[in-house]
Write a protein that binds this ligand. Structure first.
Ligand code: HEC
Length: 209
């Protein structure tokens, strides 16, 4: 092939086009490599707000379990217990499944059910079986199992709805030959006890004077 001046110009033109296109492709790939930062950032933000919610949970838990149980309904709780039944039986002498049998769970020493192998986290929390499943412990644990007992093997996300949890705990209470007394709202019995004492003291004072 003869190298004419025209061919030289054509080659130079093509070479220029090649360089420009290459630069374009390279710069595209530079911009592409920046793209993943966006989704990463969004996911981080979503996680952060999730944590904020979890962190905010104790604030909404301000209602004491005694108050919640006062308007709870064990029958509704029985329906909610279906979510637990995949892993737990609730009948007397029932089998351990993924989780331990829950008969007589209220005030049962934590992590002590025969034949079940508990996580180290749950055993630590029980302080060697000294801690009992009080209404209060149940309420916090069922709000957020992993939030309350970090490292527990219970794969249940928790139920943040006060009314549902109260119904559920009211139902758990019935899983017993002699259901434990409902917790009294702390303030009421203290006030009741104080009132008669005062009343008794006053006439005595009166007669003394
Ligand atoms: C995916 C399976 C699973 C589900 C669903 C589940 N649990 Fe559990 N649960 C477990 C496991 C496993 C343990 C033992 C945890 C450990 O050892 O850390 C446990 C432990 C418990 C304990 C402590 C028992 C003890 O003997 O100390 C209670 C109380 C409990 N679960 C209640 C419930 C309730 C109520 C529900 C329904 C709202 C529920 N769980 C849903 C698996 C589950």
């Amino acid at each position: 092939m003869e190298s004419t001046p025209f061919n030289k110009y054509a080659m130079a033109f093509l070479a220029t086009v090649f360089v420009v296109m290459t630069a374009g492709i390279l710069s595209d790939s530079i911009f592409d490599s920046h793209a993943p930062e966006k989704p990463g950032f969004i996911i981080e933000a979503a996680e952060a707000s999730g944590e904020a919610e979890a962190g905010g949970a104790p604030a909404t838990e301000a209602v004491p379990i005694a108050t919640l149980l006062a308007s709870a309904d064990a029958t509704r709780g029985e329906a909610i217990f279906k979510r637990c039944a995949a892993c737990h039986t609730g009948d007397k002498g029932g089998a351990n499944k993924v989780g331990p049998n829950l008969w007589d769970i209220v005030d049962r020493p934590i992590a002590t059910h025969a034949g079940f192998s508990y996580s180290g986290a749950m055993k630590d929390f029980s302080k060697g079986g000294q801690e009992l499943w009080t209404y209060d412990h149940l309420n916090h644990f069922l709000t957020s199992p992993k939030g309350y007992i970090k490292g527990t093997a219970m794969g249940f996300a928790g139920d943040k709805k006060d009314n549902e949890r109260a119904d559920l705990i009211a139902y758990l209470r019935t899983l017993s030959d002699s259901p434990k007394p409902l917790p009294a709202a702390d303030a009421a019995p203290a006030g009741d006890a104080a009132a008669p004492a005062d009343g008794a003291a006053k006439p005595a004072e009166g007669t003394a004077h």
